[in-house]
Design a protein around this ligand. Sequence first.
Ligand SMILES: [Zn+2]
Length: 283
Amino acid sequence: MYVDNLNEYCRRIFKSSMNNFMCEIGENDLRKSAIIFSPHPDDETLGCGGTIIKKKRFDADVSIVILTDGSQSHSAFISRDELKFMRARNALAATHVLGVDENDVFFLEFENRKLYENFNSAVQKVKEILMDLQPEEIFIPYYKEPLFWSTDHLATTKVVLSALALSGLNTVINEYPIGFWGHWPWTSTLLQDVWKKSLYAWTSYLFSGLYMLKDFRFFVQINDVLEIKRAALFKYKTQMTRLFSNLNWPILEDVSNGEFLKCFFQDREVFRRYSFVKPAFIN
Ligand SMILES: [Zn+2]
């Protein structure tokens, strides 16, 4: 009980410190055309769902590109093909609730957890989409997404930045956190898992709060659309409900006893926002 209160107290301190340094992304920017790049079917709704709803309300052109098929999240319970099919269907239902036409949702269908192995082919596909749609801004996972969450998140960021460098487009980038919320003080029980993994994971865990303060300087206020975002996320039946009455079927609510999921229903979606500069990993 005492530890729960301490975690909650630290969360509030971090939140109010972050709030002091952040700028709101206003109507002018919400009207800009955008592509949301999502590693798995659900990350676009978790990380940017409220922002997508608001952009669509301002008539912005919004496309969603989902890079992998999400076929591994429950492969112990269901065949990969079935899961792939279900997650794609869930994605169309969720993005429909967000206000995005199904013709604006692209599935690249790279195998879940193997995006790095398909790096060059993914870069080519993303480049074609970028050249075709010429978005004013893009949304990608945060460049410090932890590897203990999923390697596909960082791979997505690197694929899109590489494609952007090849395309020569001048665009604004918004990086959104997903697995990064799996750090203290936002979530408390992933600590044991991290301890078993690597020194890198452990140090990133300790310094995560400072990175949040340093990097997330922009936000979209989403309190007025939170319930729509929640309704969209619940369309992801494979991630939000225990299917086939199987009590072992893992859902997002299980992660750190619900603390993780709560992070996506705060009154702001936060972003690391900047104009594109060629990152050091690209020659
Ligand atoms: Zn993901």
